[in-house]
Ligand binder design. Sequence first.
Ligand code: HEM
Length: 413
Amino acid sequence: MSRRTVHLDNTLALALEGFAWLPNRLRRGGADALRTRVLGQRAVALHGPEAARFFYDERHVRRQGAIPGPVRSTLFGHHAVHTLDGEAHRVRKALFVALLMDGGIDTLVTRAGAAWESAARDWADRRGPVVLFDEVSRVLTRAVTDWTGVPVAPEDLPALAADLVAMVDGFATAAPRHWRARRARTRREDWLAGLVERVRRGDAVAPAGSAVREVAEHRDVDGNRLDPCTAAVELLNILRPTVAVSWFVAFAGHALHRWPEHRERLRAGDPAFAEAYAHEVRRFYPFAPFVGGRAVADLEWGGVRIPSGAMVLLDIYGQNHDPRIWPDPYRFDPDRFVGREIGPFKLVPQGGGDPRTGHRCPGEMITVALLRDLVVRLARLDCTLPPQDLRIPLSRIPTRPRSGVLLDVRAAA
Ligand code: HEM
């Protein structure tokens, strides 16, 4: 008779421990792989750059059927690029690579910088403090809608920003913010599907080369255009994560307060240091806890058997704080990135491997470019932080400083 270990379901532990759940279990197990159960399913958790190399090999892990329904209904949308495999994935991914990686990023950053400066003039006129997270979400919504060719009147912008934030904020919980996320997604998919239909009929203008036009005209692996709803899902997969960079800007506000010694170097505008700072913010602060897929066949990694069809989870937060990879990992130290090449499986806040062919985030260059620019503007802002709750609860996914980072902004001299 074979002996079988029964693994208790860990969904409750995940809900309670949040970001610490996977790293804690891996540390306790003393290995880089372990078997568990989550959401009622068999799962194997993997950790470290070699595990990432294994995970991002399509012969090992596929994405179809891997993303739970509640996450598709809030964060990613149904039939999104995240859920595709093989040739279907590569053809859809090429759309994102062309739009997000092959030029045009500077224009987005310029628009974001202009939107920040215009908002900052208004911050100085406010009577009370401004909430950095909320303000940046509007700045980025303005920039990314203009950049992608999505028409939004100024008076509609705050509601759109709130909906884009809600889709990210509510994906990993059963709390009311989950239902807010679902409503936000339904509302915005309907709106953007209508825009795509009007562009196709010639009733709405979308500039050549803009994301709206490219998504409307994109043909999938079967030679057909995306149905309007899927087109809306993919447009949201550009708008929503660009606005999600607000989480990192709020974290940068936290870091500048906690370690003010970096402020002068950022103010000086040295691009190499600003980029290193952006990387350290992405490494240090918690955003995506792990990524998941399904085992393509019976496999083994790190001495642990992975049955075909099991969930495979790659530990992102844990890898970004592993002392074997990052000496003194809980020290916020941008200099660890100055003048260093970063391997494709080492720094993984947005996934690992090759973004052009695999599932790694195609928005990573945009994220770094926006952060590099906005952290310098933030460091140059003449402001103080009033008393507030800056704690970042690790049990909440996603998380951010509780106050959203309150700033008292003084007018520029
Ligand atoms: C806030 C910063 C961001 C974080 C933390 C982040 C994180 C991630 C992660 C963890 C993945 C999944 C990788 C995987 O499944 O292996 C991903 C995929 C993706 N991200 Fe990002 N991302 C960010 C910004 C962006 C931006 C700015 C865009 C677009 C403008 C974007 C578009 C996408 C898309 C389309 C995918 C799906 C790629 C695929 O399945 O092939 N992300 N991102």
